[in-house]
Design a protein around this ligand. Structure first.
Ligand SMILES: C[S@@+](CC[C@H](N)C(=O)[O-])C[C@H]1O[C@@H](n2cnc3c(N)ncnc32)[C@H](O)[C@@H]1O
Length: 217
């Protein structure tokens, strides 16, 4: 059962403030964008699982010169984006199909609050796509939610489960780090917690390799 779409269509012009208010109960997306921008330089950004474009808007404020592509498996990604349309592209496509058309061209790839929505058997392929779409010498960042018992976790789990209808499953940060190290092998260069809950963890990796501009290609 998914309550989200039914409620959203009835909100009309209140949809954006309502979506912002709901999200801010669990994560400060501005802080998340700020941390990324303070650590990772980027001119071309990809967000996998961009949703309605809420994070895109915040990210572009912190990266005033960057271009952005947001992809999602949902029907209308970027539907609520209210920034400069000239700097963004949204596409309803999965990461594997997208990778087939744009291999390794982004210097920052971000995946925010997506992994816990992805079925376990599809996660490995998604992680590999994240890396493949990051240019050598570029960075990728994964933001997830620590499943630490308590009221915040219960509220987050229930909201996600019943609003999206997905069979969500959160990954502890230690397990995520170990999985990414085994699977992708890149250096972990950023580990942060994002307010308002310490459950929000952000991991950032430097993709091994020499940046394209330094090879003289
Ligand atoms: C909680 S929303 C996060 C949206 C956005 N990243 C943000 O932080 O505002 C999770 C999104 O992940 C998307 N998603 C789920 N599985 C996906 C997959 N395999 N590939 C891409 N996106 C996926 C969903 O459609 C949904 O839009």
């Amino acid at each position: 059962m998914a309550l989200g779409p039914a409620v959203r269509t009835r909100l009309g012009r209140y949809e954006i403030p309502a979506a912002d208010a709901y999200r801010s109960l669990f994560i400060n997306l501005d802080d998340c964008a700020e941390v990324m921008a303070s650590v990772f330089p980027a001119a071309r950004i990809l967000e996998i699982g961009c949703g309605d474009g809420s994070f895109a808007q915040r990210l572009l404020k912190r990266y005033p010169k960057a271009d952005y592509v947001g992809i999602d498996v949902s029907a209308q990604p970027g539907r609520l984006f209210r920034g400069d349309p000239a700097r963004v592209q949204f596409a309803s496509v999965d990461s594997a199909s997208f990778r087939a058309t744009e291999p390794g061209t982004f210097d920052l790839v971000v995946v925010v609050d997506v992994i816990h929505h992805v079925p376990h058997e599809l996660r490995e392929a998604l992680f590999r796509d994240v890396r493949a779409l990051t240019t050598p010498g570029g960075h990728y960042a994964i933001k997830e939610w620590e499943p630490r018992p308590g009221p915040a976790h219960l509220a987050c789990w229930a909201a996600d489960r019943f609003i999206t209808g997905d069979r969500i499953s959160h990954v502890p940060s230690a397990a995520m780090k170990s999985r990414l190290a085994d699977l992708l092998g890149d250096e972990l260069v950023l580990e942060a917690r994002i307010p308002p809950h310490r459950h929000n963890y952000l991991l950032g990796y430097a993709r091994e390799g020499i940046p394209a501009q330094r090879t003289g290609d």
